[in-house]
Design a protein. Structure first.
Length: 423
């Protein structure tokens, strides 16, 4: 309890005692002496009370920043303490989970059903300061928990937002009407009539399951120690990140895959512009101008681009006549290099005659992500006790239920027919 509160309570008790004594017509000698001592204590407490308030105010100001971020720091520190090594040993040897790992697993189990050991998505993030082989983990700082897919995923760099869903389907209502304002034509005239405010629901449904299998030998389990933590996280995150990136953009919508934004452009209502000419900055500039004209972007640096490495190679070698400036130089002059993602996994390989490729442009309008990726619960890690039983190894399967949707198709545009060679 704060000292100022204790002193205030004592002052209230003194006032009550004094009021009882003062109300008597003929107080006794003991009561008179008591009044004098209570009065002296009351005056002393007034000085102590003011000093306590000053000291506590200074402490509050010093702790203000910590109090405002304490919950986030505590959550980040707890997630940083989750050990995948414990999960592997629990599945292999039946070892009991302990510490923060046990607390997180118990909390996840209370939120949903898992056949194996639930692993939170944040645990797949590679943590700063960790080492491999015989090195000793020595974290330098705690990275904040992120609300995107993986730190270096293409979907994350293109502005996709990961949504954590406990159970059931989730719909995102998106405004689709064009409410307009109008001036009254005259003193007694009416303003523009009412316009219907309409929305369209974009649903995320748990219909798609992604899995990755990992084989851990008995030697690795017995020899690697803490290095197993980094290896399992790195391999699991890399495999799942690559699969998610490909599905977000090139998912077929069949054979268990979600419908990707490029494959399902017509379904999502995304504009696809056929360039059908040699790739150049002019094609991207026209698309950026369309974004700004539609109020989806306020400036070119708000637009993100996803391209193939072959397109970069062509643009960097396409010099403007009579200069040493390439088309790529013109592109990065207007679109920051940090906003450009290159991937041979998220976009199909160049094809056709002449050879042509595709590019995707996105922007976050009003803070709304162009793509939503829903993940149901945590990653369910299940052991296969039979496949590697003869060699004493551990084979685990990590299962994740995911789906994606596009909230506002005006925030995306696809450029097709970016030719990499002359016709």
């Amino acid at each position: 309890m704060l000292d100022s509160v204790k002193i205030a309570r004592r002052q209230s008790e003194i006032r009550q005692q004094l009021s009882a004594i003062v109300g008597k017509d003929k107080p006794t000698d003991d009561e008179t002496r008591s009044m004098e001592s209570l009065d002296a204590e009351y005056r002393a407490n007034e000085t102590r009370y003011r000093a306590a308030l000053i000291a506590e105010d200074t402490e509050r100001r010093d702790a203000k920043g910590e109090l405002e971020t304490r919950s986030g720091k505590e959550w980040a520190e707890m997630m940083a303490g989750f050990e995948l090594r414990q999960v592997a040993l629990a599945l292999d040897e039946g070892r009991t989970l302990d510490g923060r790992t046990a607390e997180i697993v118990q909390e996840l189990r209370s939120k949903g059903g898992y056949r194996g050991v639930p692993v939170p998505w944040a645990a797949l993030e590679r943590r700063a300061g960790e080492t491999i082989a015989s090195g000793t983990p020595n974290p330098i700082s705690t990275r904040p928990i992120i609300d995107r897919l993986f730190p270096d995923s293409v979907a994350g760099r293109m502005g996709a937002q990961m949504i954590s869903i406990d159970a059931g389907a989730v719909e995102w209502p998106v405004t689709t009407s064009a409410v307009s304002a109008g001036w009254a034509d005259g003193e007694a005239a009416n303003v523009a009539g009412p316009t219907t405010y309409a929305t369209t629901d974009r649903a995320l449904t748990p219909d798609h399951n992604l899995g990755v299998q990992m084989r851990i030998t008995r030697k690795t389990l017995k020899q690697s120690g803490d290095a197993l933590e980094q290896a399992v996280r790195r391999d699991m995150a890399g495999a799942m990140g690559a699969a998610v990136d490909q599905a977000v953009f090139l998912g077929t919508g069949a054979n268990g895959q979600p419908l990707g934004v490029i494959t399902g452009a017509a379904t999502y209502g995304i504009t696809a512009t056929a360039v059908s000419a040699l790739a150049s900055w002019a094609a991207f500039r026209a698309a950026v101008a369309r974004f700004m004209a539609a109020n989806a972007a306020g400036s070119p640096d708000a637009v993100r681009a996803l391209i193939r490495p072959e397109l970069w190679d062509f643009l960097d070698g396409a010099l403007i006549t009579g200069t040493a400036v390439s088309e790529w130089d013109r592109l990065v002059k207007n679109l920051p290099a940090a906003n450009i993602a290159m991937s041979a996994n998220a976009l199909a390989a160049p094809a056709g005659t002449p050879l042509a490729t595709t590019a995707l442009l996105t922007t976050a309008a009003g803070g709304v992500a162009p793509i939503f990726v829903g993940a149901w619960g945590a990653v369910d890690v299940i052991r296969d006790p039979f496949s590697d039983a003869q060699s004493g190894g551990l084979r685990i399967t990590a299962l994740a239920t995911m789906d994606l949707t596009v909230a506002r198709p005006a925030q995306l545009e696809i450029l097709t027919g970016l030719q990499l060679e002359a016709a």
